[in-house]
Design a protein around this ligand. Sequence first.
Ligand code: SF4
Ligand code: SF4
Length: 342
Amino acid sequence: MKKILKKNLQNLFAAISKETDLFLPVLNSAKNAEFKKWTEGTEYSEELNTVRSAKDFFFPQTENICDFKTSGKNIEIIENSELPENFAVFGVRACDLKSFEVLDNVFLSEPVDSFYKTRRENAVIFTMACNRPKETCFCHTFNINAADPKGDVECFEDETYVYLNPLTQKGKDLLNKVTSALEDETEEPVKKIKAEIEERLKNLPLYNLSAESFGSDKTEEFFNRKEWDELSEACLGCGTCTFVCPTCQCYDIKDFNTGHGVKRFRCWDSCMYSDFTKMSAGQPRTHQKERFRQRFMHKLVYYPTNNNGMFSCVGCGRCLKKCPISMNIVKVIKKLGGTANG
Ligand code: SF4
Ligand code: SF4
């Protein structure tokens, strides 16, 4: 276990930045936390949670995956994707770390997404335990422990110090390069921090929320529940919930003719949009209720069915904060209650 005085954190960030690009949560002008590249003087923000999740590092909102040039009947494919060299992300919370596992099951299964894989392999993740979890947090529902965040280097903080515990070879290698900025420490202070966080978690309003009744092979039980009408009635189909969600992974591929060739982009899409998965034969989900149901059935039933029971919600609470009509997965879980009532 290593530690550094909080007032000296800039020294650690500078030392890491000499080795690799470093990103961390910072407050923007609207006082919202967002991940930014560290440069001298950039202040780390303890604010929970970043508005956009850490999934952007591996699955960016838009990316130019290749270009084409045509000449007569010939098509030349130009590979021009910009994949980052090694980089480090500091301050990733336990929920966002778990979201990487959800995304891995999608992007690293065959056929492997090579862009995603390269980014995952090139990243060193410094997590941070959540000293002040918010009322909207419910990671405990999905067996995530905000006091035990894991990652390549797991970090903890008290008023004076940040403690760093490397857990993987990648994490150890990077910390070994910046040891001059760090002091040795025993496990004791971190044990105390963990115990205090676990007590705070128990007092959160959503601590006892259970998703146990959902999960694999529950499609028939939940698909035709009459409550979907009421739950989805006010949904605007804005897609905000999907864009802030660390586990949503739908995308579309679009080609743009620049006049000098064609640029192919991959862009996030949303199952809440009316043209999502539209085919030449028509739109498979013609009403907002069907789109709304798709989002929550995917998180709570379809994804677990295909991934050994793992849910594709990590309880980060972002959709609770951002939905303009205050609809969210917690209301869906509570309303459907986990019991069939037809
Ligand atoms: S559904 Fe909501 S609470 Fe769950 S991971 Fe997505 S944004 Fe977070
Ligand atoms: S649930 Fe809320 S955030 Fe999601 S699409 Fe509907 S209105 Fe928008």
